[in-house]
Write a protein of this length. Structure first.
Length: 88
């Protein structure tokens, strides 16, 4: 993790995604690029998507039960992440 000049922080991590999710991110990047009138990277598309959908933080609530995907050791998939489009 490191601090950014604009006051935010950045965390780098590696996430393994199925090609279908990568394609959805590409669609999101294309949509954002059209909206912003400039090229948009997949990183920006992911950041935008994560910021636009803020699920309740179950880990922050004392006594809250963890979802099965979050509790799975090592290999939880990305199924708990918000989908880019309305299709599954």
């Amino acid at each position: 993790m490191h601090a950014l000049p604009d006051g935010e922080a950045e965390i780098s991590l590696v996430v393994r995604l199925p090609w279908e999710d990568v394609a959805r991110l590409g669609q999101e990047a294309g949509r954002l690029a059209a909206q912003m009138q400039r090229p948009v990277t997949l990183d920006e598309a992911v950041s935008n998507r994560l910021r636009s959908t803020r699920p309740a933080a179950a880990h922050a609530r004392p006594g809250a039960e963890q979802p099965a995907a979050a509790a799975a050791p090592g290999g939880a998939g990305v199924t708990s992440l918000p989908r880019i489009s309305g299709t599954a």
